[in-house]
Write a protein of this length. Structure first.
Length: 98
């Protein structure tokens, strides 16, 4: 699905600006040139990819084999509710009117 330059500019309404030192800018410009992309396009792609990776790392729960086994065992064989859980259910029932 190709996007025209005019359509692409229309989608980019927000601005994000920051300053970098000269060696950093030269590094980024060189990388963009190597990929034959415009500097803005290269930066947008790199920033977006980094943001997605960061969000995924923080939103993904990684369990060890032991943790995974314990988790699924509790799902398959749930323990009987203890006194504290029964009080919580009773309080919930008291507060929530259907």
């Amino acid at each position: 699905m190709a996007m025209t330059a005019k359509t692409d500019r229309g989608l980019r309404e927000e601005r994000l600006g920051f300053r970098v030192d000269e060696p950093t800018k030269a590094l980024i410009e060189r990388a963009a040139q190597l990929e034959r992309r415009k500097l803005t396009d290269f930066c947008m792609t790199a920033l977006t990819d980094a943001a997605r990776r960061t969000i995924a790392e923080h939103e993904t729960l990684v369990l060890s084999e032991r943790d995974r086994a314990v988790f699924f065992d509790v799902l398959v064989n749930p323990p009987a509710p203890n006194e504290r859980l029964e009080r919580a259910f009773a309080e919930h029932k008291r507060r929530v009117v259907r």
